[in-house]
Design a protein around this ligand. Structure first.
Ligand SMILES: Cc1ncc(C[n+]2csc(CCOP(=O)(O)OP(=O)(O)O)c2C)c(N)n1
Length: 357
């Protein structure tokens, strides 16, 4: 005789439709449309910053850069739900969340120029630096959450990464331990459909990435990652759950990477322009702008003022960044270990010695 011992279900949440209209069950956070304006402003700032950073890389003023073009709602929706004393454990495309949390524009530029100063945030002191090795930030987040638990602190670790990162062992290991120990951690996956040139369908046979949570005994769900209201709402729910002691949640935010993977990539070599054009119609900023304009809380004048303000802010940050004195070369050794292992200490000494010549 066969009986069913388990059957899973993955929900998908969307409150702002692709045409900028709202569904009837818009959550309370959107009851006053004007309350969404700060989210809109943060998404626009991220886009303006990304645009400038790419231009700076192209002219040799910044290192390789990973733009978040089209994915601004995931970062802003997630970070705006967090408390200041929660900890963000970001991947390398999570500048929208980092900027909301208080990472400065100068720190952001420093990071992408290879400076250690870009990981030493004056604002969110406890947030972790960007993780370039894919997926390594998942176990870091589980560790941070375990520390919160052991100290009896009412805080949550929020880890963000891409779809490709869910193919890594680190992801499964972190979810497993977070599930079994009911750690206060929220996993936010930005499913932008691509891991560099590898499309989502070639990364996993799973129908959704959210269902990967079910094997770890934690809830998994999908959200329209181009709908900032939906992202914010579902992260709110996941954070509350974690704070209650009910454990982790996995949120798969469905987006599309509108730009290249990084400035070192040319996406036109592996994907069709038509597909990209189609996805532009669903992008998060225009979607929210349409909604705000229809609610009569946003107009052309406000838009122009916002763009001018964002441009002035990035202009000032670029000037401050470019005026910074260079960092001493040994700085790259100074923040990874509490005490340098002997072989690394020897390398540091060699760098210092070379500097004296
Ligand atoms: C451990 C590791 N392996 C390989 C790479 C090279 N790499 C950089 S980004 C990337 C793809 C990441 O895709 P995804 O997780 O979907 O994030 P996205 O770039 O789409 O935001 C790879 C393989 C890396 N950084 N780290």
């Amino acid at each position: 005789m066969r009986t069913t011992t388990f059957s899973g279900e993955i929900s998908h949440f969307r409150y702002l439709n692709t045409d900028g209209t709202a569904t009837p069950d818009l959550p309370a956070l959107a009851a006053d449309a004007a309350a969404l304006i700060p989210l809109y402003e943060a998404m626009v700032l991220t886009r303006v910053v990304d645009e400038r950073a790419v231009a700076m890389q192209r002219t040799g003023r910044l290192g390789t850069y990973a733009s978040a073009l089209g994915q601004e709602a995931v970062g802003v929706g997630t970070a705006s739900a967090m408390r200041a004393d929660d900890v963000l454990v970001p991947g390398f495309r999570d500048q929208a969340a980092q900027l909301w949390r208080g990472v400065s524009l100068v720190e952001h530029l420093c990071y992408w120029s290879g400076s250690e100063r870009g990981s030493d945030y004056a604002g969110p002191r406890h947030d972790l630096p960007v993780s370039i090795p894919v997926g390594t930030n998942f176990p870091h987040a589980a560790g941070v959450a375990l520390a919160f638990r052991r100290r009896g602190e009412d805080r949550v670790a929020v880890v963000m990464a891409g779809d490709g990162a869910t193919s890594k062992g680190d992801f499964y290991e972190a979810m497993n331990i977070a599930g079994v120990w009911k750690l206060p951690v929220v996993f936010v996956i930005n499913n932008n459909q691509w891991a560099i040139s590898v499309p989502r369908a070639e990364q996993t046979a799973a129908e959704t990435l959210a269902q990967k949570a079910l094997a770890a005994g934690i809830p998994g769900e999908q959200v329209d990652g181009n709908d900032v209201v939906a992202v914010r709402d579902r992260v709110d729910v996941a954070l509350a759950r974690a704070r209650r002691g009910d454990g982790p949640t996995l949120i798969e935010a469905i987006t599309y990477r509108l730009g290249d993977h990084t400035t070192a990539d040319d996406a036109s070599r592996y994907r069709e322009d038509d597909q990209v054009r189609r996805h532009w119609k669903e992008e998060p900023i225009a979607r929210l702008r349409t909604y705000l304009a229809a609610q009569k809380v946003w107009d052309k004048q406000q838009e122009e003022a916002l763009l001018a303000d964002c441009r002035a802010r990035i202009d000032a940050a670029v000037a401050a960044f470019e005026a910074l004195p260079p960092e001493p070369p040994e700085a790259i050794f100074d923040h990874t270990y509490a005490a340098l292992p002997a072989d690394v200490a020897a390398q540091r000494a060699a760098v210092l010695a070379a500097g004296e010549n």
